[in-house]
Design a protein around this ligand. Structure first.
Ligand SMILES: O=C(O)c1ccc[n+]([C@@H]2O[C@H](COP(=O)([O-])O)[C@@H](O)[C@H]2O)c1
Ligand SMILES: Cc1cc2nc[nH]c2cc1C
Length: 339
């Protein structure tokens, strides 16, 4: 965080001058792909993924230290009765992650991914967005900076996930503020809000966006007023990954909303990111389309905690392995095209 001026200023400056893709590494990857023992284009999207890795890693694509980062936060808006689970579940699930008992633990074991969990002041929920801003500018900027630090070094493929009771309401409010439409377009069941719970959730999103409406033209204000700590930290982590040449896989509805803040500031800000999985949350596909992305997987999951990104990481690892490990036509003595 800067010692002088507004804390957000450093992030605005970083987002104005983001590094671009490495065109040399991309050209080298395309040239190698053309030599590999397969018909041209036969690995379909896996080839695109290998090129994407090369361009954003700035070298021959390799995934040797993939990491899932889960950021956990609690939300004042949960007091509005918009979610079926109590906020205490956030900390309990953090313990469950540490004990190896959650779905994400098993997917990490299956795909050989590292896992780090960052809990963010869980005893101090953010402000209730229907009444006040979620965060002060200082807290929001400090939490973004924490997210940036969290991914420093140590990985070559970052999966971004979260845990936070109430945070599908937060993501819906961010999407409504960024993209318009009606609250009903962006609100879904989350962990299981139906009937009156769902109606209260819609009303809360409407009330929040109405309350803060005069201040939502600046995406960092959208994050500060309507977001949460895990959302701010995820935005910071995605940004830090870009600076450190680490490609990113974004998880579900809530992680996508964190990315959306960055994209609203700089349209190229998510070029180093894939969306791993389209969530069962009804608004997720529309949010992904706003980012101009195509998710890798559609498995009907609606869990969060990085699961969709971690499953997609298995495919990204396979893409890198095919690209780097396959034999060329020359090496294998396989004939190339004759016509
Ligand atoms: O990311 C998603 O697509 C997603 C969809 C539904 C639920 N979740 C998870 O469920 C929690 C939020 O749900 P809720 O109903 O309390 O807003 C939070 O821990 C998320 O990780 C996540
Ligand atoms: C049990 C439980 C596990 C979760 N994992 C991510 N979000 C969650 C929400 C609940 C309620």
């Amino acid at each position: 965080m800067s010692a002088s001026g507004l804390p957000f200023d450093d992030f605005r400056a970083l987002l104005r001058q983001l590094p671009g893709p490495d065109s040399g590494a991309l050209a080298a990857a395309r040239a190698r792909d053309a030599q590999l023992t397969k018909p041209a284009g036969a690995l379909g999207r896996l080839e695109e993924i290998a090129f994407w890795l090369a361009a954003w890693q700035g070298r021959a694509p390799a995934v040797t230290r993939p990491l899932v980062a889960i950021f956990a936060g609690n939300h004042g808006v949960a007091a509005q009765g918009i979610t079926p689970y109590p906020p205490s579940v956030t900390a309990q699930m953090v313990e469950n992650f540490a004990a190896g008992g959650a779905a994400i633990n098993q997917i990490c074991v299956t795909n050989d991914l590292g896992l780090k969990v960052f809990d963010l002041a869980l005893d101090y929920p953010t402000g209730d967005i229907t009444q006040e801003a979620a965060l002060t500018e200082r807290d929001c900027a400090a939490t973004m900076a924490f997210g940036m630090e969290a991914v420093a070094g140590g990985t070559d493929l970052l999966c971004i996930g979260e845990m936070g009771i109430g945070n599908t309401t937060i993501a819906a409010a961010i999407n409504l503020a960024l993209y318009g439409g009606s609250a009903r377009d962006w609100v879904g069941p989350g962990t299981g809000s139906h009937g009156e719970l769902l109606e209260r959730k819609i009303a809360a999103v409407e009330a929040a966006v109405t309350l803060h409406g005069d201040h939502l033209s600046d995406p960092l204000e959208v994050l500060r007023r309507l977001g949460g700590r895990e959302v701010a930290a995820m935005a910071g982590a995605i940004l830090a990954a870009r600076m450190q040449k680490i490609p990113v896989i974004i998880d579900g509805y809530v992680a996508t909303a964190a990315g959306a803040i960055l994209k609203a500031i700089n349209p190229a800000a998510l070029d180093h990111c894939l969306i791993g999985h389209v969530s069962g949350e009804p608004g997720h596909m529309a949010a992904i389309e706003q980012l101009g992305k195509t998710p890798l997987l559609a498995l009907g999951m609606r869990l969060g905690e990085g699961t969709g990104a971690a499953l997609a990481a298995g495919i990204v690892k396979a893409a890198a392995a095919c690209h780097s490990g396959m034999a060329t036509f020359e090496q294998a003595g396989v004939s190339g095209r004759t016509e």
